[in-house]
Design a protein around this ligand. Structure first.
Ligand code: ASP
Length: 601
């Protein structure tokens, strides 16, 4: 079949009425085969789609013979004429459904054993199976579409930044530890026994050094590695759109990313607003109980301390007297939450307790009457004032919590989400973009008995708060910002410290003494001696963004070869033991009986 060369090959899904009477060459997979009396129908599938091929063994015995054994997922080559289907045979489900190809010549290019699972999109198979045979799973149109979408997104990202004067620079994978708050993946050195490279948790220090190097505007679609517990939106290796610029303000970075989103979200049919609302961290925590609040629905948390700190209910009085708060939110009447069962309320109290609060109390309005859960603890006047403050509607219910500020916020924040899902308050197709700004610089780590950086140690304190850095570090705000979509963190960044003295002070504050700072970050502190420009940037989670655009339930659906929740690759069986010789070369001995931590899915 000399004419069957790749140059003339046609995509199965591209054949159409414009080809009527033409001869086409197809090289594709058999999606399905149907034998109908004297006719054999093959649906052939390739990346471009599906087309029906008709084989008439009687008039073309050699074609019939060539494809006699061909079954699903065999790879075949067919040359044939494109003809119109009879009206009764038109398949409206198929973009090529008005035509078919009458096979004139055919050959088998590759056989296939029966697949371990069907690709018909109807038969469910376990995700384990799908990951083990990922190359087969990739033949499904959904995964292909996700990868094509990802390709369009990365292309748009590259074009956008290129047009804005950014230079795409690669940074090392074999490097030193970069503190982003997770465990490092380590790579032992063969040349220097006992020394290890760390895979980058992010290119943070390199991108800052690129600014010292005068690059001014850097972008990279960068792989990051973090050995942490996994969830649906986390993988041990993931991809960031990593950005850094010299001489920026927060608004410069924010505006740049809003512009980018205006380019890439329409690829998933989502039109983001030209600029996104902003909340300071303190506002987000107080009003939504989360530093990444989902603003697709209301359920705004109100502070009721003033109203209830002096009320008839002791629990409220004591919380406020101890410096805590009483807060709550109301569920709209239309949700019918006033009918919530005792068990349901107990479930909410359990959620509140999991987040460190003592529990949760309800206020309901039914048949024009408002009742507080602790009967007669509040006077009728107090009850009415509370209902009024919360905007409690007929059929509505409010959840109240009292105690220290942080745990009350966390508990109500979690309940907000639970209640929104439970009562179907999340509008379908809505997307709420949000910037959270002015994060605290540090947070207290009670276990370690020291301050941790909330973002990372290179984040600049807000100059307005600098005078409190030593005496009251917990009250110092950072020039940090996170980008949130529908309650999910899509990215975060900050304006950095570019002053060596200040950077050294921050290390000290974080419990990194001068000797350790020198040992771990000496190269970086030294760079800050030589004219480091003011700089700042951000990193966006590319996998998460594509997941949202694809409407996929997990980032594994937008990664060609992802790992399982227990950080293994089921296809290649990585990680795996290595042979003695390799270990000897690396100067590594595995303790007998030690097969690592036995985490499971
Ligand atoms: N390196 C940071 C991160 O991975 C992002 C940034 O500060 O630019 O979260």
């Amino acid at each position: 079949m000399a004419e069957m060369n790749a140059r003339k090959r046609r995509g199965a899904g591209t054949v159409g009425t414009g080809d009527l009477g033409q001869r086409v060459v197809l090289q594709a997979w058999v999606l399905r085969r149907r034998d109908h009396g004297g006719l054999v129908f093959f649906d052939l599938r390739d990346r471009s789609g599906v087309v029906q091929v008709v084989v008439r063994p009687e008039s073309r015995p050699e074609v019939g013979a060539a494809l006699a054994a061909a079954r699903a997922e065999w790879v075949v080559e067919v040359v044939g004429e494109v003809v119109e289907r009879a009206p009764e045979n038109v398949n409206p489900e198929l973009p090529t459904g008005t035509v078919e190809v009458i096979a004139e010549r055919a050959a088998v290019l590759a056989r296939s054993e029966p697949l371990p699972f069907a690709l018909d999109g109807k038969t469910e198979t376990s995700e384990e199976n799908r990951l083990r045979y990922r190359y087969l799973d990739l033949r499904r149109p959904e995964l292909l579409a996700n990868l094509q979408l990802r390709d369009r997104v990365t292309l748009a990202v590259r074009n956008y930044f290129h047009q804005h004067g950014f230079i795409d620079v690669e940074t090392p994978i074999l490097t030193r530890s970069t503190p982003e708050g997770a465990r490092d993946y380590l790579v032992p050195s063969r040349v220097h026994h006992g020394s290890f490279f760390a895979l980058p948790q992010s290119p943070q220090l390199f991108k800052q050094l690129l600014m010292v190097g005068g690059i001014e505007r850097y972008v990279q679609i960068a792989r990051c590695f973090r050995d942490e517990d996994l969830r649906a939106d986390r993988q041990p290796e993931f991809t960031q759109v990593d950005v850094e610029m010299s001489f920026p303000t927060e608004d410069d970075v924010i505006g740049l990313i809003e512009g980018l989103f205006g380019r890439i979200f329409p690829l998933g049919g989502i039109e983001p607003p030209a600029s996104f609302p902003r909340l300071t961290w303190a506002e987000a925590m107080a009003r939504y109980g989360s530093d990444r609040p989902d603003l697709r629905y209301g359920l705004e948390i109100l502070d009721l301390s003033g109203l209830l700190g002096d009320s008839g209910f002791r629990g409220f009085r004591e919380a406020v007297a101890a410096g805590g708060v009483v807060r709550g939110f109301a569920v709209p009447g239309r949700a019918g939450a006033a009918e919530a069962s005792r068990r349901e309320v107990e479930g909410w109290a359990e959620t509140a307790r999991r987040h460190g609060a003592a529990g949760v109390l309800t206020l309901r309005r039914k048949g024009g009457e408002t009742t507080f859960q602790v009967k007669s603890a509040l006077s009728p006047g107090e009850t009415a004032a509370l209902a009024e403050a919360l905007g409690l509607e007929e059929g509505g219910l409010a959840l109240l919590a009292a105690g220290p500020q942080a745990t009350t916020a966390a508990a109500l924040g979690a309940l907000r989400q639970e209640v929104a899902r439970r009562f179907g308050l999340i509008p379908a197709g809505a997307h709420a973009f949000l910037w959270v700004t002015e994060f605290p610089l540090v947070e207290w780590n009670p276990e370690a008995g020291r301050w941790n950086a909330m973002h990372h140690p290179f984040t600049s304190p807000d100059p307005r708060d600098l005078d409190r850095l030593d005496a009251e570090p917990g009250s110092v705000r950072a020039r940090a910002y996170d980008l949130v979509l529908n309650g999910m963190e899509l990215g975060g960044g900050s304006i950095r410290v570019h002053d060596r003295e200040l950077q050294a002070r921050l290390f000290q504050l974080l419990g990194i003494g001068p000797a350790e700072a020198e040992e771990r970050f000496g190269f970086f502190l030294e760079a800050l001696r030589y004219g480091a420009p003011p700089h700042g940037g951000i990193a966006l989670g590319l996998d998460r963004i594509v997941m949202v655009l694809a409407g996929a339930p997990s980032i594994r659906e937008v990664i060609a070869f992802p790992k399982t929740a227990s950080a293994t690759d089921l296809m290649t069986s990585a990680p795996s033991p290595v042979d003695e010789r390799q270990l000897r070369e690396l100067g590594i001995a595995i303790a007998p009986g030690d097969t690592g931590s036995s985490s499971s899915d």
